[in-house]
Design a protein around this ligand. Structure first.
Ligand SMILES: Cc1cc2nc3c(=O)[nH]c(=O)nc-3n(C[C@H](O)[C@H](O)[C@H](O)COP(=O)(O)O)c2cc1C
Length: 157
């Protein structure tokens, strides 16, 4: 299998998770990691599994993330698989009002998976979220290890 891991990131936390996922996948096959804006059609063409990550902002992925998913060219997507993840706050750690708001507006990865499925792409894993302790990070303890395990699971789907 060949893997492409791509991400958007405002403060580096999603990039860090993408890096861990990429290292983990590289144990199973040729792996490239690129920021969304640097990904070419050729990169997509060469990958069997495309892993896409975004920070959750206002319950959604970033604009470039959604545009990337929506612009994936149908002619090169046949037979390819997709997995999506986001970074986000821990809902349970928030005060009641914010918890309700977060539950209502949801998370980036769910919307990324929906957008990919709407276009007909084969999304092979449930949308995954990794927790940051604050807006700029850091990632919660244990999240990079969890990301490595998730990537290894993806390689075995
Ligand atoms: C404008 C903005 C809106 C945000 N909205 C949410 C949100 O709705 N839900 C949530 O869990 N986290 C929210 N966050 C926290 C981000 O998810 C967090 O900053 C991000 O995971 C950090 O990843 P990054 O370093 O890759 O940008 C928001 C952050 C920003 C800057």
């Amino acid at each position: 299998m060949k893997y492409l891991v791509t991400y958007d990131s405002a403060y580096g936390n999603t990039a860090r998770i993408a890096d861990v996922i990429s290292s983990s996948l590289s144990e199973y096959g040729k792996t490239a990691m690129k920021q969304l804006e640097d990904v070419t059609d050729k990169d997509v063409k060469h990958a069997d599994l495309i892993v896409i990550g975004s920070p959750t902002q206002g319950g959604r992925p970033t604009g470039p993330t959604l545009q990337f998913i929506e612009a994936l060219p149908a002619k090169v997507m046949r037979g390819k698989k997709i997995a999506v993840f986001d970074t986000r706050f821990d809902m349970e750690a928030q005060k009641f009002g914010l918890r309700i708001l977060m539950r209502t507006i949801g998370y980036a990865a769910t919307k990324m998976a929906s957008a990919a499925k709407r276009r007909g792409w084969d999304v092979i894993s449930r949308p995954m979220g990794f927790i940051v302790n604050d807006t700029k990070g850091p990632l919660r303890d244990g999240e990079t290890e969890r990301a490595a395990r998730w990537a290894s699971d993806l390689a075995h789907v």
